[in-house]
Design a protein. Structure first.
Length: 95
C-alpha cells in the first residue's frame, strides 16, 4: 500500500448500535469500511466473501457473537489479519 492510500477494512461488530461509531472512527483512522455496503442484514455468504476478499484487514470491535465468529472464520480462511478493539463510552482503543 502506497503512502497516503487508505486501507480497506471489514468491521466485525456484534453490537449493531455501535457500528456507526466504529465506521466513523475507522474513517478517521484512514480506513474505508467496505462492509458498510452490505447493510440491511445481508447475510449471503457468497456476497460476504466477495467483499471481504478485497479487504486488507478485519477490525473486531467488542466481543464477538455467533455471526461475528463466522466472519472471523472467513477472515482466517482468506488469510486476513484481525485487529481487536475495545469500544464503549470511553471511546475506542486497541486491545
Amino acid at each position: 500500500m502506497g503512502e497516503g492510500s487508505m486501507r480497506v477494512i471489514w468491521i466485525a461488530i456484534a453490537e449493531k448500535e455501535l457500528k456507526p461509531k466504529a465506521c466513523c472512527w475507522s474513517i478517521e483512522q484512514g480506513a474505508i469500511p467496505a462492509n458498510a455496503a452490505l447493510e440491511h442484514n445481508c447475510r449471503r455468504h457468497d456476497l460476504l466473501e466477495k467483499v471481504m476478499e478485497v479487504c486488507d484487514e478485519v477490525w473486531l470491535f467488542g466481543q464477538p457473537d455467533r455471526l461475528v465468529e463466522e466472519e472471523l472464520k472467513l477472515a482466517e480462511k482468506l488469510g486476513k489479519p484481525v485487529r481487536r478493539f475495545a469500544i464503549g463510552e470511553g471511546g475506542i482503543r486497541l486491545r
